[in-house]
Write a protein that binds this ligand. Structure first.
Ligand code: IPE
Ligand code: IPE
Ligand code: MG
Length: 250
């Protein structure tokens, strides 16, 4: 019997997949548990996504782990999430390293507890020479804030005479985003049935394919991921052109 993975065309793998890992709270509530139970049960789904990516050699995976808006959740939930992040990093650091993955963090990390920030920086540094794939965690991340800080830094450079207004183009702008070293997102996946972007990678997803799954994040399996890739490969990415143009190789 052929598996979902066998249906994937390994010659047309997306370069960059980004995931909004949503639905932990509802997963827990549906079992009569506290929301934090859902977060604890989300770790295996994170592992599934990372392993699936690794198996089919997707070079960039970005996981929306904690948004700038998530700071407004109840203190207890925020601290559970921070502790979980710290514990998981300690447990998974070796695995990330042996898989050859390089860890990157994007977001306003100054807001994170110092301990968590130090651990993240430590693992990022430890893995900086790895070339087997890039695991990007969006933490304390908000796309509007990212765009605003880019605008401010560019304005300062213009004011100081380091660049002129004419130098400002898409490439220069991208160089001021947290994602400057990564390609644009090819495929965005969101679990939980919500059809929204929630302030995630607005610029970087300008031409991404989007898939909204009805499953809740803790139920996300490797096959869920592989199925998303199969569906992605059925799309024709036209970038404004016509099908005929693409068919004629233009
Ligand atoms: C996603 O699950 C995890 C984070 C946002 C940190 P939620 O906690 O948002 O779960 P729902 O959407 O309330 O079910
Ligand atoms: C988006 O999920 C953020 C993460 C998955 C980290 P939310 O659950 O916070 O998004 P909204 O509030 O439903 O839009
Ligand atoms: Mg949610």
């Amino acid at each position: 019997m052929s598996s979902v993975k066998d249906k994937i065309d390994l010659n047309h793998i997306p370069k960059h997949v980004a995931i909004i890992m949503d639905g932990n709270g509802r997963w827990a509530k549906s079992r009569g548990e506290e929301r934090t139970f859902g977060h604890k049960n989300a770790i295996s789904a994170v592992r599934n996504a990372i392993n699936a990516c690794n198996e089919i050699h997707i070079p960039y995976l970005t996981l929306y782990t904690f948004s700038s808006e998530n700071w407004s959740r109840p203190d207890e939930e925020v601290s559970t999430l921070m502790n979980l992040l710290s514990e998981t990093l300690i447990l998974e650091a070796e695995e990330i390293f042996t898989k050859g993955l390089r860890l990157h963090i994007i977001g306003d990390i100054e807001k994170l507890p110092a301990l968590v920030r130090d651990q993240l920086m430590h693992v990022a540094d430890l893995t900086k020479d790895n070339t087997g794939g890039n695991l990007i965690l969006a933490l304390s991340y908000g796309s509007r804030q990212e765009i605003l800080q880019a605008v401010k830094r560019i304005s300062t450079k213009v004011k100081n005479g380091e660049i002129t207004e004419e130098d400002i183009d898409e490439k220069l702008f991208e160089d001021h985003l947290y994602t400057r070293d990564f390609p644009p997102v090819d495929l965005m996946i969101r679990t939980s049935g919500e059809v929204r972007i929630s302030n995630f990678l607005l610029w970087q997803m300008a031409y991404a394919e989007m898939q909204f799954l009805d499953i809740l994040w803790p139920d996300f399996t490797k096959d869920s991921f592989f199925q998303c890739i199969v569906d992605y490969q059925c799309k024709e990415r036209r970038y404004g052109k016509t099908s005929e143009q693409l068919g004629s190789g233009l």
